[in-house]
Design a protein. Structure first.
Length: 231
């Protein structure tokens, strides 16, 4: 059976290790460049048009009150004054202290959708145990979840991958052999199983101050897909 781990939880500020990375600009807390438990891709500002006005917007990771945040700047004046149009919480300092490492990757595609990838490492830095991907659409100082992917790497038990398009309802689960020293690639192909189902999703919106975490409906959808796969 799969397990669901929250993307972010409330936690107190803790003492962490430090390293040196170039900052995106004056709008970032300089201490964000000193975490060695977390890898940002990129730490510099991410440029793209996320609101469809033909102008360049900026996304920036920041450190605010014990949280790693993602700040959205859709106006030049907001960037000049370091007043983001939208701020979302990603990961708390508390949870960062409990894992070996954490990857955060944010990209903007050609349609202006924002993909936020989060991956944490437990006992081994080389294996991403749980990976979350949110595809977000910026709408007037908020974002709507339009896609959600999750991958759980199994260590000597099956791996599970979920992919959900919240606009069309198309939802897919794939079960494949987990990580094993004796596992051959041919076995992995032969034992992979996929199921597809259409689910009518509600609209899920994040606003300033919200934590980007998995809505209960999407957690329920993973259970529905898992049960369908077991038939």
């Amino acid at each position: 059976m799969f397990k669901v781990i929250k993307l972010a939880i409330v936690g107190a500020i803790v003492s962490l290790g430090w390293t040196n990375i170039a900052l995106a600009g004056a709008c970032q807390n300089e201490k964000i460049s000193q975490f060695d438990q977390i890898y940002f891709s990129p730490l510099e500002a991410i440029d793209g048009d996320i609101n469809g006005d033909g102008l360049t917007d900026k996304l920036v990771y920041n450190l605010v009150e014990g949280w790693i945040t993602l700040d959205f700047y859709t106006e030049n004046v907001s960037w000049d004054k370091c007043r983001p149009n939208l701020t979302l919480k990603l990961v708390s300092s508390k949870i960062l202290s409990e894992v070996r490492g954490w990857d955060l990757e944010t990209t903007i595609n050609r349609k202006g959708s924002v993909r936020v990838r989060s991956c944490y490492y437990g006992g081994s830095r080389g294996i991403c145990h749980d990976e979350y991907n949110f595809v977000l659409r910026y709408i007037d100082k908020s974002v709507q979840i339009i896609g959600y992917d999750r991958f759980e790497a199994g260590i000597n038990y099956p791996s599970l991958e979920f992919s959900m398009n919240l606009l069309t309802g198309r939802s897919i689960i794939t079960r494949s052999p987990g990580i094993s020293k004796d596992q051959l690639d041919l076995d992995a192909v032969q034992n992979t199983k996929t199921k597809t189902q259409n689910i009518d999703y509600e609209t899920h919106i994040f606003r300033t101050g919200d934590v980007i975490t998995v809505p209960e409906e999407l957690e329920d959808a993973t259970k529905i897909l898992y049960n369908e796969l077991a038939k």
